[in-house]
Design a protein around this ligand. Structure first.
Ligand code: ADP
Length: 630
């Protein structure tokens, strides 16, 4: 068995590999860029080597540095994880040439499966069914067009060197073919340095079915059944599950058998995945599933296979790389139960799924289910790498049970202030068609508006924030200029004595907590009361105390009017030195007084407030600058 292992990756997969290596008594070496100096994968490893600046092409993609790091630390083997250099045959060869063990297939297998057209030809020859289409021997645009016409529209133009969902164009109509071809070739040249394309019949109601295969150096190949990865957004997987809903024994035998044949055709060693596309317009049928491509590495979604087979695939990889035979024979492997995986991304679904970065001030994914993560509370999500921060893996005896567990776990996701797609994932899993197993790759695009959660809190969340404010002594801590007093003052004026004025995301509301239905969980964080509900996070402040107005630690010193109102007192003048928490302006609005206090010690640089004046929400009232004299 390998004694020491360099993990040429970062994030959750590096942590995942470390976990198994440690259990097997293998010493682990991490690599890190400047951006990952303090990352979890570095903290968890036995040793770590710095390999360069944040940009992947200057660090995680520089093979020589990684091999040098292995030599320097005495690591015997290199595990590439997924992404980065994992499917780079030249890198695999240099690892071997350096006298190290490559935890992966032979470089020749990677090359054979690397280009989509060559792989399809190889599979045709091995008797594995492939998607009907043209493999592009002749790349003349007229010829490609003629082939597309012959296949019949819609067709899919695919870059032969493509990957990660890039370099694909669906063409519905012959008239659009020439333009689509051009734009596909342009993207392929820019992304992969190779503008050759192939053409496939566009499968309607397509389902993405893939089979986990494993080979060893003794000539054994087995499969570990299928996964369904049909829930995709922009050709990127979002939720994966195993087994595939609606898969009958005959179809499973056909597709898994084809996968083993495909692996054998390239003398496959290690973990690999054969991806198929199924025409599911009439359910899954053995004669409507075609080879799409092979991924010659461990797959992101491998945990669902681990859950239903009870195997540790990273352990299998390390044993195979050490020269041992596969831990199990085909007959010893069986499916037990159901598993689902969601990819938790640091992104904001409400804003075009833009990546969300920053420090994870609060990060708690609960403890109910398996979580493979690369971050902990206090870590930073940087803009340099893939925004996937964790995988949530739920299992159960049945699909129903797995979905329920999954929804329960997503509901408990607490991440702040970095935004995540947890609520989006929950909406996908709660959908009636999903529950019924009616999934195909059009599932997300066809209902995207319903799946994207509102970025505004519901009434129950407002009520939870108000109730939590009343129950805590959190407002009291902000004295002087005590916002808590504002709260109580309001209560004294209100017949029910249970109303609370709160501010969230630019909106201020008076919330009556009597008989209110509460949603979510609340926790105080700095100036704010955070409410976590259904995978989302909302930060509430008291109108005079927090938010853009009096700001917390993050304030830039600009005090804005938190709501429309009338200024009733001004207690500072330009040039005054002020102390943190000192009351500067008092506003009367919504039947109560709000104190605007200095967010830090400093000097009043500007003040635009006169007693008796009416102000609008967001009006700049005071600007404090950090400085001398305070
Ligand atoms: P990549 O290598 O970029 O991931 P794939 O060839 O694996 O590209 O295809 C990615 C996704 O595109 C598939 O999961 C499927 O959703 C869709 N797709 C691929 N081929 C077809 C096809 N012939 N018809 C319909 N959809 C397809």
């Amino acid at each position: 068995m390998i004694q020491s292992l360099l993990i040429a990756n970062r994030g959750e997969i590096a942590c995942r590999i470390t976990r198994t290596a440690r259990r097997l008594g293998i010493r682990t070496v991490a690599i890190y860029s400047d951006a990952d100096r303090h990352a979890l994968h570095v903290r968890e490893a036995d040793a770590a080597v710095h390999i360069g600046p944040p940009a992947a092409r200057a660090s995680y993609l520089v093979g020589e540095k990684i091999i040098a790091a292995a030599k320097e630390t005495g690591a015997e083997a290199i595990h590439p994880g997924y992404g980065f250099l994992s499917e780079n045959a030249a890198f695999a060869q240099s690892v071997i040439d350096a006298g190290l063990i490559w935890v992966g297939p032979n470089p020749a297998s990677i090359t054979a499966m690397g280009l989509k057209d060559a792989a399809k030809k190889l599979m045709d020859a091995a008797g594995v069914p492939t998607t009907p289409g043209y493999l592009g021997e002749d790349q003349a645009p007229e010829r490609l067009k003629a082939e597309a016409d012959a296949i019949g529209y819609p067709v899919l133009i695919k870059a032969v060197a493509g990957g990660g969902g890039k370099g694909m164009r669906r063409v519905n109509d012959a008239a659009d073919f020439a333009d689509m071809l051009q734009s596909c070739k342009r993207e392929a040249a820019a992304s992969f340095g190779d503008d050759r394309v192939l053409i496939e019949k566009y499968i309607l109601s397509p389902r993405h079915i893939e089979v986990q295969v494993f080979g060893d150096t003794h000539g054994n190949v087995v499969h570990l059944f299928e996964r369904d990865c049909s829930l995709q957004r922009r050709h990127q997987k979002v939720i994966e599950e195993a087994p595939a809903p609606g898969m009958d024994a005959e179809t499973r035998a056909a597709v898994c058998g084809a996968a083993v044949k495909a692996a054998e055709a390239v003398d496959y060693v290690g973990a690999g995945t054969i991806e198929f596309i199924a025409d599911a317009s009439e359910g899954l049928r053995a004669d409507r599933i075609w080879f799409m491509e092979m991924n010659t590495r461990l797959q992101v979604e491998h945990p669902v296979t681990e859950e239903i087979t009870g195997q540790d695939l990273v352990e299998w990889q390390l044993r195979v790389a050490s020269g041992e035979p596969l831990p199990k024979r085909q007959d010893d492997l069986a499916i037990s139960g159901w598993a689902m995986e969601a990819r938790l991304y640091a992104e904001d679904p409400a804003h075009e799924f833009l990546p969300s970065t920053g420090r994870l001030e609060h990060f708690d994914l609960g403890r109910r289910i398996r979580i493979d993560t690369g971050v902990e509370e206090g870590d930073r999500v940087t803009p340099f790498y893939d925004p996937m921060i964790a995988k949530l893996i739920a299992s159960g005896d049945t699909r129903e049970e797995a979905i329920d567990t999954f929804l329960g776990a997503l509901d408990e996701v607490e991440v702040w202030p970095v935004k995540t797609n947890a609520a989006f994932l929950a909406r996908c899993a709660a959908d009636a068609d999903f529950r019924a197993g009616r999934v195909d790759t059009g599932f997300i695009p066809s209902r995207i508006d319903a799946l994207v959660p509102s970025s505004e809190p519901g009434d129950g969340v407002w009520a939870m924030a108000a109730t939590a404010m009343l129950a805590s002594d959190f407002g009291r801590a902000a004295a002087p200029g005590d916002p808590w007093r504002a709260l109580q003052g309001f209560r004294a004026n209100d017949a029910a004595e249970t109303g609370v004025a709160l501010r969230q995301g630019g909106e201020t509301r008076v919330v009556d907590t009597d008989d209110a239905e509460l949603a979510g969980v609340a926790t105080a964080q700095g100036d704010a009361m955070l409410v976590f509900a259904e995978g989302q996070a909302f930060a509430f402040t008291l109108p005079g105390a927090g938010g853009a107005g009096a700001g917390g630690a993050g304030s830039d010193g600009t005090l804005l009017s938190p709501m429309p109102g009338r200024i009733i007192a001004v207690d500072a003048r330009q040039g005054d030195s002020v102390k943190k928490g000192q009351k500067l302006v008092t506003l009367e609005a919504m039947k109560m007084e709000h104190s605007l206090v200095a967010p830090f010690d400093g000097v009043v640089a500007a003040i635009d407030a006169a007693e008796g004046a009416q102000v609008t929400e967001g009006a700049m009232l005071v600007k404090i600058e950090k400085g001398e004299g305070a």
